[in-house]
Design a protein around this ligand. Structure first.
Ligand SMILES: [Zn+2]
Length: 311
């Protein structure tokens, strides 16, 4: 196979969408389908014991099995572990490269990924890349239509501004144990393309949910502080529920303003509120946090009232 043919298979597929936020034209996200990132997460999943099927030759099977075995310690570790963050970021820099030469990761890990890549390319990557590209192609028009308004609404709630650099989003056939996740700084979003619940209109909400983690620390610190002052024990995921509600409600409002009236926010559809913050939690968030979405309360006022409802 020629180098050019390999390069075509590896594919450099960064995509950008430029929208208008306020009076300024801005690129909110860049989208990537990078085989090194995809392979890393795919082997990690296989090393956790999730069956991955393909018609491998005997030799391929032996190489693949050794790679999966090597990945077991990585699979057991948390994705927010510093080394795993560094690996992900380093592989991001290998987008479009044929080898991992010069990529700052452990040399045995590098050799393992390079050995596995031809097998991954042959048996899985074409389908994974297609799913990634389909996800990107489907979300682009949604961002063009709604991204500017949503970015303005979401950042206003957090009293923030969209970063001057676009947020990079890597599509991966499989993501973390709970799917999409966000790390940073530097901010980086992993979005699983195999998860059907994150497709369609929900893709837009989940992008803005993940982006909101950029500012979510104000919810963590604000809820912690209000909890101390009022001596209330709070569900640890209350801040995350507020973050879910904010992106979900603002996306629902944006769709409704454009005549899409049947959109149901992700966390309601996935029944996340009760496991995250208890029975009746969503109603409390609606009552006490919605005034913040409407610009009628400061973050502190809204969180103080919300925390008070858990007494
Ligand atoms: Zn989240």
């Amino acid at each position: 196979m020629t180098l050019r043919a390999i390069a075509l298979i590896l594919g450099v597929s960064a995509s950008v969408v430029t929208v208008t936020v306020g009076a300024q034209s801005s690129t909110l996200f860049t989208f990537h389908s990078n085989p090194w990132i995809n392979l890393h997460f795919f082997v990690r999943v296989a090393a956790r014991g999730v069956p991955v099927q393909a018609d491998l030759s005997e030799q391929e099977r032996a190489v693949w099995a050794a790679g999966v075995e090597f990945y077991k310690p990585y699979a057991a570790r948390d994705l927010f572990d510093q080394e795993l963050l560094d690996i992900k970021w380093a592989l991001r820099g290998a987008e479009g490269k044929l080898s991992l030469e010069g990529v700052a990761i452990d040399s045995r890990l590098r050799a393992t990924l390079e050995r596995l890549m031809p097998i991954y390319q042959k048996h899985w990557w074409p389908a994974h890349d297609r799913a990634n590209q389909a996800w990107i192609a489907a979300v682009k028009p949604l961002i063009e239509r709604h991204g500017g308004a949503l970015a303005a609404a979401v950042t206003a709630v957090y009293g923030a501004a969209w970063p001057s650099e676009p947020m990079p989003v890597d599509l991966s056939w499989v993501g973390g144990p709970s799917g999409a996740y966000s790390t940073g700084p530097p901010r980086h979003i992993i979005m699983p393309s195999s998860d059907a619940s994150l497709r369609g209109n929900a893709a837009l909400e989940i992008l803005f949910h993940e982006a909101s983690h950029h500012w979510g620390i104000v919810l963590v610190s604000g809820i912690l502080e209000a909890g101390k002052q009022q001596a209330v024990t709070l569900p640890p995921q209350l801040w995350h529920s507020v973050l879910f509600y904010t992106a979900g409600e603002l996306t629902t409002r944006e769709f409704r303003a454009h005549g899409i009236t049947d959109y149901v926010e992700y966390s309601t559809r996935a029944n996340l509120y009760t496991p995250m913050c208890g029975a009746g939690c969503r109603e409390k968030i609606i009552e006490h946090w919605t005034p913040r979405l409407d610009g009628k309360r400061s973050i502190d006022e809204a969180l103080t009232a919300l925390v008070g409802s858990f007494k």
